[in-house]
Design a protein around this ligand. Structure first.
Ligand SMILES: Cc1cc2nc3c(=O)[nH]c(=O)nc-3n(C[C@H](O)[C@H](O)[C@H](O)COP(=O)(O)OP(=O)(O)OC[C@H]3O[C@@H](n4cnc5c(N)ncnc54)[C@H](O)[C@@H]3O)c2cc1C
Length: 438
């Protein structure tokens, strides 16, 4: 099978632009074999490779990556490792589901924490928690109040933060109130994925800049790249939204594009004017109209705003330029005391969703397992999917496999063009109904 759509790195990722240059691992050259192949080096693929290496210390694991580590969605997101579910729900069943999800997410954040410490990965990882903020009294009532009740029901610690206090923490008067949760972590996602890729165990070989252009699924798998090929008995798919190209999850994955901008470093005078000393992270009550924001250790402000349907997984340079102008206007509204601060980097990335928010996890064929479709929370979800796909594939008895299986499978979507009309309409409706949260 010929792989028609390949990932494309437009070299705009701000998180990697602020790091020291890195030399990627060599591309796949020649005709090679391995006991296992992991396709994709995002959070899911890197977690799967690390776990396979541990489960099968005598076997050789190859990881094939189309681009360079730290440049994919895993390396260009907003940098929140979230350990709580987005929606908890009120019924006992939903509460039980939330507990299962939290067990998985906390395991993933703990696993990343340990990998960072053991391998001394410098990625600005901080366990300082985050603020979930509402702009309007309506957002407060519709989102924050139920969220607080859900956290209480789950027995999770949190703090209700009133307007003057949230203004003091983040230096903006734009928000009505917030809920602070102390779990989870903030990070530079490019530095973390690079770090994980550069510290893989010695029985793992990572091939970067090696897009798989042709795949054959007979007697194991056979992948062809521009310069070589790799045969393996067993495969873990960790290609997220590109999995359909390999014939899996057809008509089950939705592609959205998300946009981020990062300011230049604030000067010392600007830092004084801004008046906030500590880094912080804030997610919006409504992810479609609101803004995710961060203040980093090196005094930059990051904003993530805009989530649009993008079935062809491509964004043009003119769209990025328009996003940059929009982000600057949103920044000025929130931080009027910093009028001269420009967006130094603006970039986009793709998010893979399923209609029912279920992950693409499990065994797809006798020799193929999958850890895809992270529903926009891939730092934690990609990590636990990868770990558990490796355990499932190796027959390891891990009770968390039942937890992830209980999250279901991506449900079928309508065919295009009905899907396009429906998805665009649904997003427009979401934005209109929640416009008070802009
Ligand atoms: C702007 C933005 C902000 C976000 N913010 C957050 C956040 O704060 N917290 C959070 O948890 N999540 C966030 N997300 C979502 C998160 O980034 C993703 O869910 C996560 O990165 C998915 O990880 P993954 O390993 O499954 O996929 P990816 O990181 O996409 O990795 C899949 C890999 O497969 C490779 N691949 C695909 N096809 C081929 C091929 N033919 N040959 C070889 N390799 C191939 C790709 O190159 C890619 O590297 C955000 C996403 C975006 C875009």
């Amino acid at each position: 099978m010929r792989i028609k759509r390949l990932p494309l790195d437009d070299k705009t990722n701000g998180w990697s632009a602020i790091l020291a240059p890195r030399t990627p691992k060599p591309a796949l050259v020649g005709d090679l074999t391995a006991d296992w192949v992991v396709l994709g080096a995002g959070f899911a693929g890197l977690a799967a490779a690390r776990r396979l290496a541990k489960n099968c210390p005598e076997q050789h694991i190859a990881v094939i990556e189309a681009g360079a580590a730290g440049e994919n969605a895993s390396g260009r997101n907003s940098g929140f490792a979230v350990d709580l579910p987005h929606n908890v729900g009120a019924s006992l069943d939903e509460l039980d589901g939330s507990h299962r999800f939290m067990r998985l997410a906390k395991m993933a954040v703990g696993d990343l924490d340990e990998a960072i410490k053991i391998n001394d990965i410098d990625c600005d990882w901080s366990r300082d928690g985050k603020y979930h903020a509402a702009v309007s009294p309506r957002g407060l009532k519709q989102v924050l109040v139920p969220f607080a009740k859900e956290l209480e029901a789950l027995g999770e610690p949190f703090e209700w933060v009133e307007k003057p206090d949230i203004a003091q923490v983040i230096g903006s008067e734009h928000f009505t109130a917030a809920i602070y949760t102390p779990g989870g972590a903030l990070l530079n996602p490019s530095a973390l994925t690079r770090g994980l890729a550069d510290t893989l165990p010695c029985n793992v070989t990572l091939y970067e800049n090696s897009p798989v252009q042709e795949a054959t699924f007979e007697n194991g798998v056979h992948f062809k790249t521009a310069l070589g090929s790799l045969r393996s008995a067993k495969l873990i798919m960790a290609t997220n939204g590109f999995s359909q190209q390999f014939g899996y999850y057809r008509n089950r994955l939705l592609h959205l594009v998300a946009h981020c901008s990062m300011t230049r470093k604030l000067t010392e005078d600007e830092q004084k004017t801004y008046g906030v000393e500590k880094p912080w992270g804030m997610t919006p009550a409504n992810a479609f109209v609101g803004i995710t924001m961060r203040y980093t250790n090196d005094h930059r402000i990051i904003i993530r705003h805009g989530l649009n349907y993008c079935p062809n997984q491509r964004v043009s340079a003119s769209e990025i330029a328009a996003v940059k102008r929009r982000h600057k206007a949103l920044f000025d509204q929130r931080f009027p005391m910093l009028p001269d601060v420009d967006m130094e980097h603006t970039w986009s990335g793709f998010v893979c969703l399923s209609k029912n928010s279920a992950p693409g996890f499990g065994q797809l064929a006798p020799n193929v397992w999958s850890a895809v479709c992270q529903n926009a929370m891939g730092v934690a979800k990609g990590t636990f999917s990868g770990i558990l796909a490796a355990d499932l594939a190796c027959g390891v008895d891990n009770p968390l496999i039942a937890d992830i299986q209980s999250l279901g499978q991506p449900s079928l979507l309508p065919p295009r063009p009905f899907l396009d009309v429906g998805a665009r309409g649904r997003l427009a409706c979401e934005r209109w109904l929640n416009r008070h949260e802009a």
